[in-house]
Design a protein around this ligand. Structure first.
Ligand SMILES: *Cc1c(COP(=O)(O)O)cnc(C)c1O
Length: 378
């Protein structure tokens, strides 16, 4: 039996009646842009994350771009961000006319290494944009301390990390907080393959700052606070009612689904842990991984392409997130990035492999993947 990266058909089958009812309700009420479903979903998501405000937008990418603008990032400003992430992180910065300044990652969590941020700060730096890659929280404690010291904004890319949580400092018995609530804004993506996926594009910004929330509402709606009175150049970047209705249904299951992902991750650790050339993902003390992606590291020199081919021949999907670090991308060639600039990121791009993970995955399927990996490089 084949094993996809995510099984959205199995998920739909488990909530079909709820979804069909919600979709019908939106169509019958004919409130497709904004409206009560979007407002209710914003309320519920703010509650879930523990943020005072939540503003729905058209995608995770636009959540990042609008959050930067809403926090006052201007052309020429510098934003420190990791090179090991999806292009959207840096693209949002570039689309604001600002400049992504890369800082290398931690080899264990694959997230921005706080020890390497300060050397990247210049008089033009205005913001730090950490990414909670794969669903593991970035080390927000030290990041927030650096931001406070240099008076920088912090915008969290939570596209892969909805539901992940972080505690700081670990030693004191503090309760963990959801990612997205540490910085000035947290950006969510509802791309279908994310932990909470819509049936199309969607995104959201959570924030504790009323002024940022007001700016976001204006920016997403053509720069207007009042219809047809435009204060700033804005966007058409709204979450639509059908997506909000679907996401409201799914949000009710999110806690169980994340538990399911963590169960699958624990099974993978059990079965892959015995294979010497595979390193399973870590979970730092005080951090709660949501396992949007289950990403292992292969021992240097393992033929990753051959392994993927062999898995694929058995119907097992796998992906490389991401094969080219952003400083080596053609789009950023003019910034002069070259091989060797970010060795930790470059090593990761050559060694990571993401395996299928979804809440409905069975122990037998995990065993099947683990066995296929063991066989492939025996
Ligand atoms: C998916 C993703 C985005 C963009 O989200 P979209 O909803 O696809 O626009 C941004 N950053 C990261 C890290 C992502 O994984």
């Amino acid at each position: 039996m084949s094993i996809p990266m995510v099984d959205l058909k199995a998920q739909y089958a488990s909530i079909r009646d709820e979804i069909d009812g919600a979709v019908r309700r939106v169509i019958e009420n004919a409130q497709f842009i904004g409206g009560p479903e979007v407002e209710a979903f914003e309320q519920e998501m703010g509650g879930y994350c523990g943020a005072a405000f939540a503003v729905g937008v058209a995608s995770g990418t636009e959540a990042l771009q609008l959050a930067l603008l809403a926090c006052g990032i201007k052309p020429g400003d510098e934003v420190v961000t990791p090179p090991f992430t999806f292009i959207a992180t840096a693209e949002a910065i570039t689309q604001c006319g600002a400049v992504p300044v890369f800082a290398d990652i931690d080899p264990l969590t694959y997230n921005l290494d706080p020890r390497l941020i300060e050397e990247k700060i210049t008089p033009r730096t205005r913001c730090i944009m950490p990414v909670h890659l794969y669903g593991h929280p970035a080390d927000m404690g030290p990041i927030m301390e650096i931001a406070a010291k240099h008076r920088l904004k912090v915008i969290e890319d939570c596209a892969q990390a909805l539901g992940a949580a972080y505690t700081f400092p670990v030693s004191q018995s503090k309760s963990p907080r959801k990612v997205g609530t540490f910085g000035d804004a947290g950006c969510l993506s509802f791309f279908p393959s994310k932990v909470l996926g819509a049936y199309g594009d969607g995104g959201m910004v959570v924030t504790g700052d009323a002024a940022v929330a007001d700016n976001l509402k204006m920016l997403r709606n053509h720069g207007a606070k009042q219809k047809y009175y435009h204060l700033v150049p804005g966007f058409n970047s709204r979450l639509d009612g059908l997506q909000a209705a679907v996401l409201r249904v799914k949000l009710r299951h999110l806690k169980d689904w994340i538990e399911g992902r963590r169960r699958v991750a624990a099974l993978y650790a059990k079965y892959l842990g015995k294979i010497s050339y595979v390193t399973v993902p870590c979970e730092a003390q005080g951090s709660r991984h949501c396992y949007n992606y289950y990403t292992v590291r292969l021992k240097a020199g393992t033929d990753r392409g051959a392994l993927q081919k062999s898995l694929s021949a058995q119907g097992i999907s796998s992906m490389v997130y991401y094969p080219v670090s952003l400083h080596l991308q053609a789009v950023y060639a003019a910034q002069g990035g070259k091989k060797g600039d970010f060795p930790v990121s470059e090593k990761a791009q050559d060694e990571v492999l993401s395996l299928p993970i979804y809440p409905e995955m069975t122990e037998q399927q995990v065993v099947q993947v683990a066995e296929a990996i063991r066989e492939a490089t025996r």
